[in-house]
Design a protein around this ligand. Structure first.
Ligand code: BT5
Length: 310
């Protein structure tokens, strides 16, 4: 989408009343013919734009796509949308290498979606597969904080869609009262010695998908009876991600509020072996504190299993 079209959409989204063609041309510093051309292109993209005596007004927005997600988005990111991609994280890494930032790559479907440790991520059409590319001014060691930020953002989006979602450390979003996974987060980054060069928070959320199209351990917002509006869901993930990313002190309290792991007996498979005990806290930048028979252990990465109470 061009910068002019983006500004046109923003002007129409922000206006409570119809906006006249000449006023739009002035605001965007283009000709009235150019305004007309952009309006036509937006109509072709699925926008229902009425042109009355008072000017243009948006009556309906397409279900999904770059312009649909950007329309009314309350966060400073541009959307790059694809019908199909191998992996939105891979595309975001390409954009990072090209110097881009504050872009969200979104695909309707992924053919090579990845989880952690290169595990496959099932990504049919109907999910929210989105990778947020940012360049935080932080040391590389702080990167796990962004996994927590993304997990809080997706959990909040699920709850706003009417589904009671909870976070399992470090990156799983589950349907409360079950171990069924609604969403996962894959954070990747490249760092210099003292500063993150780029960071990609990849969010995979099963929104408008039938449970039969997902692994047995998974569920979706739709299957759980929630609102399956992907556009709204994707916007809320981006907006909440941005909100917490710019308020770092609020991340751990929000994560604790949404977590189901704290207080549970857990077994975490770490690269250095298994750690079993009771999860008691999460610590900056995202480590799990586990009370074990041998004292407290702080675990920075690994697969976490919730055990039944002893
Ligand atoms: C994750 O990995 O949970 C991170 C998933 C991140 C996916 C997003 S989609 C947008 C972006 N682009 C990408 O290529 N990736 C990111 P992990 O904790 O390793 O969980 C992977 C495991 O979850 C798999 O081994 C399956 O057991 C299970 N799984 C696969 N697809 C699933 C799905 N759609 N829903 C729930 N569980 C799934």
């Amino acid at each position: 989408m061009t910068g002019t079209r983006r500004r046109l959409l923003r002007t129409l989204a922000d206006a409570d009343d119809p906006v006249a063609g000449p006023a739009l041309a002035d605001a965007l510093d283009v000709s009235r013919a150019a305004v007309w051309k952009h309006i036509e292109a937006l109509r072709d993209a699925g926008f229902d734009i009425e042109s009355g005596a008072d000017g243009y007004v948006v009556r309906a927005v397409p279900d999904y796509g770059a312009a649909a997600i950007e329309f009314g988005l309350d966060a400073p990111y541009t959307i790059e949308y694809h019908e199909r991609l191998p992996s939105t994280n891979d595309r975001a890494r390409e954009l990072a290498a090209a110097g881009e930032s504050d872009v969200v790559v979104v695909a309707d479907e992924q053919t090579g979606g990845r989880g952690r440790l290169d595990r496959p991520w099932v990504s049919p059409s109907g999910g929210v597969w989105a990778s947020l590319l940012v360049r935080p001014d932080r040391p590389p060691a702080h990167a796990p904080l962004f996994t927590l930020v993304a997990a809080v953002a997706v959990t909040r989006a699920c709850r706003e869609a009417g589904v009671d979602a909870v976070i399992k450390w470090p990156n799983d979003v589950l349907l409360a009262g079950s171990e069924r996974k609604l969403a996962g987060v894959l954070t990747e980054m490249e760092g210099e010695a003292d500063r993150v060069s780029w960071l990609v928070a990849g969010v995979g959320a099963n929104v408008d998908i039938a449970a039969t199209d997902l692994p047995e351990t998974a569920t979706s917002v739709r299957a759980a009876g929630g609102d399956d509006d992907r556009r709204r869901f994707c916007q809320r993930v981006i907006e909440t991600f941005h909100e917490y990313r710019t308020e770092p002190a609020s991340v751990l309290p929000a994560w604790r509020d949404h977590a189901v792991t704290l207080g549970r007996r857990v077994r975490v498979e770490t690269p250095g072996g298994a750690v079993e005990g009771t999860a008691v806290d999460v610590r900056f930048p995202g480590a799990l504190v586990i009370r074990t028979d041998g004292g407290e252990r702080v675990v920075h990465a690994g697969d976490c299993e919730h055990l039944r109470p002893a």
